[in-house]
Design a protein. Structure first.
Length: 141
């Protein structure tokens, strides 16, 4: 079962090291804006899946502050994340030039929409329980 708080859900990604898929949505289609504590409750122990430019990816959040990603079924990276009052920030060890990116997170059912602070970019993901891609860190954990 997906851990969640109220009618809330996330992000992450968090962009996954390649150009982002821009989703044009009206504000009502994004769902409910999540607080930092709602994002944390939603992500820990769960994953987000989607595709960017027709490239499948998965991001797994095994614990607060830790994320593991996979795109194209073979290219993997680890990273860190944190919540803020406004949303979620993530930084990959290799992807995106190791630059941190921050997003507001909205949830509608199992759909999570991430939006940059200025509203210029949105990405949509599906929240799934657990670690469906069996993503392990570099130590095999």
């Amino acid at each position: 079962m997906i851990r969640s708080v109220g009618a809330a859900a996330i992000v992450i990604a968090i962009s996954v090291g390649c150009e982002s898929l821009i989703v044009r949505e009206s504000p009502k289609d994004r769902g409910e804006l999540l607080s930092g504590s709602e994002i944390q409750a939603m992500l820990v122990g769960n994953s987000v899946v989607g595709d960017v430019r027709m490239t499948p990816f998965t991001v797994y959040f095994p614990s607060y502050g830790e994320m593991r990603g996979q795109r194209s079924f073979h290219y993997r990276d680890d990273g860190t994340w944190r919540v803020t009052e406004e949303g979620f920030c993530g930084k990959w060890n290799n992807w995106l030039g190791t630059m941190a990116q921050c997003w507001r997170a909205y949830r509608s059912g199992d759909a999570v929409t991430l939006e940059k602070g200025d509203g210029s970019q949105q990405e949509r993901f599906k929240l799934v329980p657990g670690n469906p891609a069996n993503l392990q860190n570099r130590n095999g954990n």
